[in-house]
Design a protein around this ligand. Structure first.
Ligand SMILES: Nc1ncnc2c1ncn2[C@@H]1O[C@H](COP(=O)(O)OP(=O)(O)OP(=O)(O)O)[C@@H](O)[C@H]1O
Ligand SMILES: [Mg+2]
Length: 600
């Protein structure tokens, strides 16, 4: 099975390669990271000389004659004070290198994630919720940053201290050191156990967060439907359930996260107890100096901070690991529509103008559902083709094949004999405008929405496109005209207005191939007629493929194709089709009747 066919669930369990994925980001910063780690180690090493100095001070006081003692102590004090300066410098340097690297990696991953989102095609987005994508872009990336920055700092804080402290302690008295290490296996177990639990819980929490953000996003964008169907209560309780289990998982995570510190503190406490009992006896017996005993216990006490850092490190690293694995699973998703890219001979050259469009025995199936079955069509450049047919006939599917938003399951779509799969996507799509059945408007001005596909268009070009799309009168009614903000997804516009904004957007690019998927369905017959006439007389030559429901709209087309259950069942010109006892003729009679009834 190729990577492309794997479902996200399968990737969720195949997370073995996430470390390589993370390394691909860390690699570029390896020098900076190594320096950061070295700074952390240097800072802590300096910190650990302080008890050594104190013990020297105490022993000086105890054993030296009065007159040299004070000078010795002064020297030691000076040493302690002097150590503070490089410590501070290393601390700052460590922060700068590790924290800035973690921010850079977060930025790069988020940038790549956005690119990846754009590269993934409809087959991915049809099974992924927007909320999921948002959770990845916000929460998971945050956890990754926390792992690389504070997590790594805490880890090295922890691991530097142990060998240093142990070496000094072993040098002072190795019997006592071994005794102090007795609780170590327990500490290890605590780190491993809590670490595993934290990772599981955090993974679950991230998934729950995804589900919840998806629910919020859906409820908010569907708020009109929810209200219209008086489903607030239902939606609220459904959401409440999710929210409750999210809170519960978080409480569990907090429990495991916070249990780690006391468990480690318990282990260190036990060590201190052993040292005080056993070491105290050694002092009384005279086999350990007071200075050494103080130094020993000071190092023990000094260890409690790095041990708790280790706990924090495990916490952050496990959370980060869970998030990296989730992100890796997402990055491992490959688009089904692969851009062949620009090959050497094409690079730099202007795109080859698209002319004749041809469907060659094209079939499309979605699982067992056959949307198109063996469709063959030839559409000469400059012609206008109307596609009609009952709902579910495969019209939208056919339209989406043209700019390669979808690839056929078998057969092929060609321009001038060249398979669209062999053309660079950018060259193909830049010459085709598809106004889709579901219009999508951005929360911006009308003008910006129209200029979406041609950001460099001038105001007069935008106005011209709006005029061609029959928006002129509507614009006059808006005091701000093209500057009118359309609201979230265009809520301030009527259905027909939204459709015509989408049409203007498609026209502004002056595409060679214009594909309109039911774009005039919500526009009244008179306006639709006006728009179609404008299109026929457009100042640039284009092929128009338009999907229509009304015969009136299709009657001037050069060619009319009737699709039914994924097949071309009738094709011809208006008068030819009317003459036969066809679906088209029956529909024409029905619609005429409607028209007559309407004019009664
Ligand atoms: N992404 C998809 N996954 C699964 N099935 C799909 C998908 N898109 C379309 N279909 C199915 O393919 C068939 C054709 O759908 P299509 O949208 O092309 O119909 P249509 O002719 O545009 O209908 P309408 O006039 O209602 O817009 C339908 O049975 C539909 O359920
Ligand atoms: Mg459709």
């Amino acid at each position: 099975m190729g990577e492309a066919e794997k479902t996200p669930e399968e990737f969720q369990t195949n997370t073995g390669k996430w470390k390589a994925f993370l390394w691909s980001y860390l690699r570029r910063y390896r020098l900076r990271l190594a320096f950061g780690v070295a700074f952390v180690v240097a800072r802590d090493l300096i910190g650990y000389t302080i008890p050594l100095l104190i013990s020297i001070g105490i022993d000086t006081l105890a054993h030296s004659p009065r007159e040299t003692a004070s000078a010795g102590v002064a020297l030691v004090s000076l040493g302690i004070a002097a150590a503070a300066l490089p410590r501070f410098a290393f601390q700052t340097a460590a922060r700068l290198s590790l924290m800035s690297t973690s921010r850079n990696i977060e930025y790069e991953m988020r940038r790549d994630l956005m690119r990846h989102f754009f590269a993934l095609d409809a087959s991915f987005w049809s099974r992924t919720r927007v909320g999921d994508a948002m959770a990845h872009a916000v929460n998971d990336l945050n956890a990754v940053r926390m792992m690389v920055g504070p997590g790594a700092t805490a880890l090295f804080e922890g691991v530097t201290a142990l060998p240093v402290a142990l070496a000094v302690m072993g040098w002072v008295n190795w019997h006592l050191t071994l005794a102090a290490l007795l609780p170590l296996p327990f500490a290890f177990w605590a780190l491993l156990y809590a670490g595993r639990m934290i990772r599981h819980r955090f993974d679950a929490i991230q998934s729950l967060f995804s589900t919840m953000s998806a629910a919020v996003q859906q409820t908010v964008s569907g708020v009109r439907v929810v209200r219209a169907f008086v489903q607030e209560q239902n939606e609220t309780s459904r959401f409440d359930e999710m929210n409750r289990s999210y809170a519960k998982s978080n409480r569990e995570l907090a429990l495991y996260s916070s249990s780690l510190d006391p468990m480690l503190a318990f282990a260190t406490g036990l060590s201190v107890l052993i040292v005080l009992g056993y070491g105290g006896r050694l002092v009384l017996e005279g086999s350990l100096s007071v200075g050494d005993f103080v130094m020993f216990t000071t190092y023990m006490a000094l260890l409690s901070r790095p041990v708790s850092s280790l706990g924090r490190a495990v916490n952050l690293l496990q959370r980060g690991a869970a998030s990296v694995a989730r992100l890796h699973a997402l990055f491992a998703q490959r688009p089904k529509i692969v851009d062949p890219g620009v090959s050497g001979k094409d690079s730099g050259a202007a795109p080859v103008p698209l002319r004749e469009l041809q469907f060659d025995d094209v079939s499309v199936s979605f699982g067992k559902n056959v949307a198109l079955a063996g469709v063959s069509l030839r559409i000469p450049f400059g012609s206008t083709v109307a596609i009609l047919g009952p709902t579910g006939a495969g019209k939208t599917t056919l339209a989406r094949l043209i700019p390669r938003l979808l690839d056929p399951s078998s057969g092929c779509v060609r321009f001038d004999g060249r398979d669209v799969r062999d053309m660079p996507l950018e060259q193909l799509r830049s010459q085709i405008s598809l106004a889709s059945q579901e219009t999508y408007l951005f929360s911006a001005t009308l003008g910006e929405n129209i200029a979406m596909g041609a950001p460099s268009a001038s105001a007069s070009q935008i106005a011209e496109a709006a005029q061609m799309a029959g928006l002129e009168e509507d614009l006059r009614a808006f005091p701000l005209g093209l500057q009118t903000i359309v609201g979230e997804r265009g809520v301030m516009l009527s259905g027909g207005q939204k459709q015509r904004v989408a049409l203007a957007r498609a026209l502004l690019r002056r595409p060679r191939i214009l594909v309109l998927d039911d774009t005039l369905s919500r526009v009244d017959a008179v306006t639709a007629d006006f728009i179609l006439r404008q299109l026929r007389h457009a100042s640039w030559s284009q092929t128009t493929v338009f999907i229509a429901t009304r015969i009136a709209a299709a009657r001037h087309a050069d060619h009319i194709v009737i699709l039914s259950e994924g097949r071309v069942v009738e094709a011809g010109r208006h008068d030819e089709l009317l003459a036969s006892n066809s679906y088209y003729a029956r529909m024409a009679r029905l619609q005429n009747l409607e028209h007559e009834l309407a004019t009664l």
